[in-house]
Design a binder for this molecule. Structure first.
Ligand code: ZN
Ligand code: ZN
Length: 417
């Protein structure tokens, strides 16, 4: 308990893709080192800093695996592949035991034999209507939920008992090659054989319902390849993770901008809060996100907040954009600290490094800081990759973060007598 007996509230503030490499046009500094971040620097001075390997040293993680790890789940134990998380991310309900696939709308020849275009001209024309024409069909005792995503993408969730995910991809992964019916990788694996049967029946149905669907007549008329087949890949069986509250002993709010992480929050039973103005881009309304964090802290002892912009700038190879969004996150941190004050145990870090020069995720650690009245200050005076390397936290992994935070929050059961 804090001095006034109000429980501490933990805030894990993730600047997505925070870490970076030295940028020549920033004088060899990283975007975070170059950014003007008076609040984060003050928090570093008053708190404790270090380096975070979101998964393990050198691992190029994704946002999903990084956040699983940061929330205390070892992704090597529980990560089912991208299928379930992509499905959750576009708003499909995913339950433990379901098998999910990433899909493309694809163009197949009139015999449903040769995949002519794996991405159906990269057009989203009519994909919602096509998805609605097959969503909810049932084969055996398995319900197939199918939903369109961006451009030519979609996701498929098989919901039913006794499904396995050890099945081959029907996707030939190159245009002009034959469609390959799904099969269990091990013929003795009855659960995966069931998945393959249902999957093949579902693919046949998409062809039958889509081949002459008005959307495809219109696509042909417009010179867009017809989207007459769902092409799945990357199956994954959703793990039984329990809820965040079961794991840590208190409820949590999830204030994030992208569907992938909203889906993860829902899967873990967190209260997922949508913030108007949160665009997941460089123009996002960080002040509105900050207000939502403060409001959520009145209802929950833990808040996960992710601001996507730094990762977007990294993928765009835009170091100045990354600097700018980090400076706005700095003001958001000021706003939150001012509102929550001594109730707050704050951790600021990233879920992976997104290097502007590489335009993708890389394996370097992210800087991390812990701040709050129970935290012992170390000698670090600036929040940046290299300043934090000298801090008292040392070099930790994602799965350490919630343990450290719950200790500072006085919210952890004792291990031992
Ligand atoms: Zn990320
Ligand atoms: Zn990214």
């Amino acid at each position: 308990m804090a001095a006034n007996d109000t429980p501490y509230v933990g805030l894990l503030l993730i600047a997505d893709g925070l870490g970076d490499r030295p940028v020549p046009e920033l004088g060899g500094r990283t975007p975070l080192e170059a950014a003007d971040t008076p609040t984060l620097d003050r928090l570093a001075r008053e708190g404790e800093c270090g380096l975070l390997d979101p998964i393990a040293p050198g691992v190029r993680g994704g946002s999903d695996t990084g956040h699983l790890s940061l929330l205390g789940y070892d992704p090597y134990q529980v990560y089912p592949g991208r299928g379930p998380f992509e499905a959750m991310g576009i708003g499909l309900e995913v339950h433990p035991g379901d098998v999910a696939f990433r899909c493309n709308f694809a163009t197949v020849d009139d015999a449903m034999a040769i995949v002519l275009d794996r991405r159906a001209g990269r057009s989203d024309f009519g994909t919602r209507a096509l998805a609605e024409a097959v969503d909810g069909v049932q084969f055996e005792d398995v319900v197939c939920r199918f939903k369109e995503s961006t451009v030519h993408r979609a996701a498929l969730v098989l919901h039913g008992p006794g499904l396995g995910d050890r099945v081959t991809d029907p996707d030939p992964h190159s245009d002009g090659l034959p469609l390959v019916p799904a099969a269990a990788k091990d013929p003795a694996d009855a659960a995966s054989a069931k998945t393959a049967r249902v999957l093949n029946a579902f693919l046949r149905l998409t062809f039958e319902r889509w081949q002459h669907h008005p959307v495809n007549e219109e696509r042909r008329a417009r010179g867009i390849p017809p989207a007459n087949l769902a092409l799945p890949r990357g199956p994954g069986r959703s793990p039984h993770l329990g809820t965040f509250a079961q794991r840590w002993g208190f409820t949590a709010a999830c204030i994030v901008e992208v569907g992938l992480l909203k889906g993860l929050g829902r899967y873990l039973g967190m209260e997922v809060i949508d913030v108007p103005g949160a665009t997941a881009g460089l123009d996002t309304d960080t002040e509105a996100i900050g207000r939502a964090v403060v409001a959520a802290a009145a209802r929950h002892r833990f808040v996960l907040c992710n601001v996507k912009g730094p990762d977007v700038a990294g993928h765009d190879g835009n170091p100045h954009g990354k600097v700018a969004i980090l400076e706005r996150i700095d003001r958001m941190a000021q706003q939150i600290v001012a509102a929550l004050g001594r109730r707050l145990i704050l951790c600021v870090t990233g879920d992976h490094t997104t290097a502007c020069s590489f335009r993708d995720h890389t394996g370097e650690p992210c800087p991390i800081l812990f701040w709050g009245e129970t935290v012992r200050p170390d000698g670090v005076t600036q929040f940046g990759e290299r300043p934090c390397a000298g801090g008292a936290v040392g070099r930790i992994r994602g799965t350490d973060v919630l343990r450290i935070m719950t200790s500072y929050m006085n919210a952890q059961e004792k291990f031992g007598a």
